[in-house]
Ligand binder design. Sequence first.
Ligand code: ADP
Ligand code: MG
Length: 385
Amino acid sequence: MSATETFRARFGADPAGVWSAPGRVNLIGEHTDYTGGLVLPFAIDARAQAAIGPNGAGVFRVTSAQRDNDVISVAAQDLRPSSPAVKGWPAYPLGVVWALYERGIDVPPLDIALDSAVPAGAGLSSSAAVECAVALAISDHLECGLDRPTLARIAQRAENEFVGVPCGLMDQMASAASTEGHALFFDIGADTTWHIPFDTAAASLAMLVIDTRAHHSLADGEYAKRRADCETAAGQLGVELLSQVPFERLDHALAGLTGPRATVLQRRVRHVITENQRVRETVALLREEHIAAIGPLLSASHASLRDDYEVSCAELDLAADTAETAGALGARMVGGGFGGSVIALTAADRAGVVANSVIDAFSRAGYTRPVVRSVTPAAGARRDL
Ligand code: ADP
Ligand code: MG
């Protein structure tokens, strides 16, 4: 069902319009965001659609093609963080309404129907897709004229404060502000973005996302520990954010770390600072349209996340290693680690072999069968109808 059909079937009227926003993949720049570092995500060709329209009901009503036949109704005065009136998935679209209120935008009661092709929990940021589709839909519908970075911040605020997930800004920025055939170079510390050419299809390349389906319970606790390590190291090095350490000063910085955990902190710092440098090198290659040449940088990112940052796991390593052995130009884990997905850049005519090799290797290892998808760099949030 499309968002329009869902809207008609569940609200009995035509929507005022339909907007959509994509999921995303982070090409390179992992575990750098909370250090004010560099990231290079791109929007993918799987989108969440939001059909919206005014209603005479005096309450907000939300429904999703992926959630049975439910229509959830919530009064405007019940839209506040941790309100018992909003539980589960409706917090994503309704959190955006709340974040718009917080910016002083008086959103009248609306009907919102969602229909998303972004799989949830596969590392493709289905949450940002939903948030950004709803944020642009309401902004356009009310003619607020909010720019893309502002929409991204509204979406992030919805997720941070209304849903209660402490995510950074990367996912929402990629979903709101990307352009087709480009990656989005986002310098988080400087708060600047650039569109970098990344047209995999034109280069006869394919980008695979291999969802290992593994989720180790370590993930949340270790994530918090890595963030704390980065803060400790930044403090010892006298910078506000760790990514303020220039790559050229890396050796000097490593020598400046002290205390009983100095060697651990050295590994963490080396990952973050070399990862920022790999992002810069990737951007330089892409600007010259040498897409195939970024493969080794992806693989080096994986090795750094595995050995220095220590956030990989057996499934992620097997997927990345097998992809490369089968002919991928480069492969790396993406996301927080301890499970989740691996991306692999391959020649388009090699993608099937790479995918099957990973599936076979997982079968031999006795792991859950991974889900392999091919994604292409797509447009950010837009009006569809
Ligand atoms: P992801 O990595 O995919 O963003 P999250 O846990 O951050 O995973 O977000 C997934 C959540 O977003 C879902 O559990 C659901 O609450 C919401 N969501 C995503 N897509 C939809 C949809 N099509 N309909 C309703 N809710 C959705
Ligand atoms: Mg998410």
